[in-house]
Write a protein that binds this ligand. Structure first.
Ligand code: ZN
Ligand code: ZN
Ligand code: FE
Length: 759
């Protein structure tokens, strides 16, 4: 033991504000009898410590290893200091613009301490639906500006009572500077209304809500990031009614259960999935269905999976204590529109859907849908990165300037960068209506403010008609960088893996505007930061009717069949022809042969759709990618064999589709079961691209492959290609931090714009 008395200055950056970091430092200092002070400054948290050398060392290692659950330290530097002779350890006031550079915490689920208080009848917050502390509760969704202090949150309307204020001021308390701190006495409340706006005179609105749910009512419930529509998931009539009123035909509905044991009643939960469900972020996790189960068959029709989550707010726990196996908790919106966040708006937009409204008076400043994840091929994969993860940045390998990337058209997100951080927004939705476009603009404005970013560069998609493109082109006094869609996908995957080019990028999705004006989507690109070369792609086929061919996969089927067999395609014996009107087929053939409203596409997503229609899965879809998804779910993974494939030689390889289509049709005519055909089709895609990558490696000398695009939500393709490529000696990188789908492209756009600016 050495007894020399020393002093140090620590500079800490990361998510260290509003997450109980300073009280943690304070407690650590008293543990090790350390004097000094901690302060929020414009360059992060600064700690001055003095004490016995060994204690100082223990303090520093505890600081790194035992920081509070929500804190995320990205950078620590330790500097020698002179001993100033502090008498105690104190928390200094934040000064002026202090803390602007510290990161904001996402919204997180209620912590165990708060949860036990919630159900403790002796606690003063017993059954209080807004209980929280520095380790839990709302953050991102209630902030209007920085620095993160109560007057800059939607808690500003609530003046703390004496008891709450004392907790807030006490550095030894779990609620020290917990900005949303509140209690029954001084904080927000819930109220129950019927759908005409009349307040229900219920002694306990939560208990009454549970009763109504049991009677089969649909309740709009105001939550953390917006409204949910709730019904009892075991009640067929209620679930059916919800689908009908919400105009949501077949897309799976998210559910919530009180604990893992309840989820196990209807779904299989692997250990990794359990950890994910229980994590602070509380995402929706895609889980394999158990059969039979007691939930309504309409929760997730024609699907092998449920999307389930655990409660994340005190109110959820209170509701679920009334004994539901699961509640449907789907976004409170009409299909395609953003979710409602304020009560007035909810009454206006949801009164045709919901019978009752359980609302509260804590404003939500920025909506945030539930995040959706799936555990596949050894990793967590985002389908939607939103509530619970936003605004945690992707930490970049290189520093970049201040850039705004506007994203694509579907599953839109935006991205803002500064230094080593790329902040991707919450899920905004499909930019196809005014309401979503307004939300998109609001998100940009809000994020610029709370992240203190003023972009000089704006990146956007090449598609001239995307609202995100139109927005970008309207911006003044900024440098504008157009980015090709599939290039952005691969750049996004490279960025989250902190990898520079060149890589071979497999960019597979439904739709993306190509540099030649065609619709791309089955692309192999050689990506070198700001540039790319198209190394291979699926052969072009017409998309008869453009957008209509996405909603009606049978049109794609006809296009592929026509491409493979010419005019005689109808001579083949396929169930498809029995289901379709002859005149409709004729009309589509006309469109194809005369090239009327039939843009060319090389999309792999459309190829999946087309195969699904050819083997009789479905001719029309209710949501984008449904046919392809069902093709995956039908696949017999034990199926052996592949269909023939070929590609052209030359600078850019064209992959011929005819041999694959012929193989599939031949199997159909021989009476091979569609699940076997689907299995073989998946095998074919995996083999084809693994082999083609080998050819491209020979030609270009690149042996790293990045996988990106919505098609990689297909678990068979993702796992199969990882395996196939690794067997051939490739280094394979995939998405684990941002979605492989279009929710991830804003990050890639920003990276490409940064590289262009650097040239
Ligand atoms: Zn807590
Ligand atoms: Zn209070
Ligand atoms: Fe895409």
């Amino acid at each position: 033991m050495t007894y020399d008395y020393v002093a140090r200055r620590l500079n800490i950056n990361g998510i260290v504000q509003g997450v109980g970091f300073r009280p943690f430092v304070y407690q650590l200092a008293s543990k090790y009898e350390i004097k000094g002070e901690v302060a929020n400054t414009s360059s992060g948290v600064v700690i001055h410590i003095e004490g016995i050398r060994d204690n100082i060392e223990s303090f520093c290692s505890d600081l790194a290893e035992k920081s509070p659950p929500l804190a995320h330290i990205t950078e620590t530097s330790i500097h020698p200091e002179i001993v100033k002779g502090f008498k105690d350890f104190s928390i200094a006031q934040s000064i002026g613009q202090a803390a602007c550079s510290t990161l904001i915490s996402p919204d997180v689920s209620i912590c165990d301490d708060c949860l036990s208080e919630l159900f403790d009848s002796n606690d003063r917050r017993f059954q209080y639906p807004f209980i929280n502390c520095t380790n839990c509760g709302p953050r991102y969704t209630i902030i209007s500006d920085i620095p993160y202090d109560r007057p800059k949150t939607s808690m500003k309307h609530f003046k703390m009572c004496k008891m709450c204020q004392d907790e807030y001021d006490d550095p030894g308390n779990r609620r020290f500077h917990a900005q949303p701190n509140a209690c029954e006495e001084c904080g927000p409340h819930v109220t129950l209304y019927d759908n005409s706006g009349k307040k229900l005179d219920a002694r306990n609105p939560v208990e009454k809500t549970a009763e109504l749910l049991k009677e089969g009512c649909i309740i709009a419930i105001k939550g953390l990031g917006g409204f949910h529509l709730a019904v009892d998931a075991e009640n067929d009539d209620a679930v059916g009614m919800l689908r009908k009123r919400k105009h949501r035909e077949e897309k799976p509905l998210a559910i919530m259960s009180c604990d893992i044991e309840h989820i196990r009643k209807y779904a299989y939960v692997q250990p990794e999935e359990e950890a994910l469900l229980k994590s602070l972020h509380r995402p929706i996790v895609i889980l394999k269905k158990k059969k039979p189960n007691s939930l309504s068959k309409d929760v997730s029709p024609r699907n092998r999976y449920f999307g389930s989550m655990l409660p994340y707010t005190p109110l959820h726990y209170m509701l679920l204590q009334y004994g539901f196996t699961a509640l449907i908790m789907t976004s409170g919106n009409m299909s395609e529109e953003p979710i409602c966040i304020d009560s007035e708006d909810a009454f206006k937009r949801l009164s045709e859907v919901a019978d009752y409204f359980l609302v509260h008076n804590r404003d939500i400043y920025l909506r945030s849908d539930d995040s959706i994840l799936k555990y596949t091929a050894g990793h967590t994969r985002f389908i939607r990165r939103s509530r619970g993860y936003i605004p945690v940045p992707v930490f970049l390998k290189k520093k970049v300037g201040q850039i705004l990337a506007c994203g694509g058209g579907l599953k839109s997100t935006v991205c803002l960068t500064k230094g080593n951080n790329a902040f991707i927004s919450q899920h905004i939705g499909d930019l196809e209506n005014q309401a979503t476009y307004e939300f998109f603009q609001l998100t940009i404005k809000h994020m610029k403010r709370i992240l203190d970013i003023n972009p000089g560069i704006v990146a956007y998609d090449l598609h001239p008609d995307y609202l995100s493109t139109i927005y970008a082109l309207e911006q003044q006094d900024v440098e504008k960088v157009p980015v090709q869609h599939h290039h952005a996908h691969i750049a996004s995957c490279m960025a989250e893996n902190r990898l520079d080019g060149p890589v071979i990028g497999l960019s597979f999705d439904g739709t993306g505007y190509g540099t030649d004006g065609s619709i791309w989507g089955g692309e192999i690109l050689i990506v070198e930061d700001s540039e790319f070369k198209r190394a291979a792609h699926l052969s072009y086929v017409p998309m008869p009717g453009g957008e209509a061919a996405i909603k009606e996969p049978w049109r794609m089927a006809v296009s592929y069949l026509y491409d493979a067999f010419g005019k005689d395609f109808a001579g083949h014996n396929l169930p498809l022809f029995g289901q379709l009107d002859d005149s409709k087929v004729k009309f589509v053939v006309e469109m194809i042969s005369k090239r009327v409203n039939s843009p060319f596409t090389s999309s792999l997503g459309r190829f999946f759709d087309g195969i699904a229609a050819i083997i009789g899965i479905r001719n029309t879809v209710f949501f984008e990618g449904q046919a392809a998804m069902e093709l995956e779910m039908l696949a017999d993974e034990k199926a052996k064999g592949i269909y023939n494939f070929e590609w052209s030689s030359g600078e850019t390889h064209r992959i011929f589709l005819q041999p694959i289509i012929s193989g599939v049709v031949n199997d159909m005519e021989r009476g091979v079961h569609p699940s076997t055909i689907s299995g073989k089709f998946h095998n074919t895609i995996i083999a084809l691209f693994s082999e083609l990558c080998e050819v491209i490696r020979k030609e270009n000398g690149v042996s790293r492959v990045a996988l990106s695009g919505g098609v990689f939500q297909n678990s068979i393709i993702l796992s199969g290609l990882i395996k196939g490529l690794k067997q051939r000696g490739f280094q394979v990188i995939t998405h684990t931090l941002v979605p492989a789908n279009d929710g991830g492209i804003s990050l890639g756009q920003a990276m490409i714009a940064a590289a262009v600016a650097n040239k």
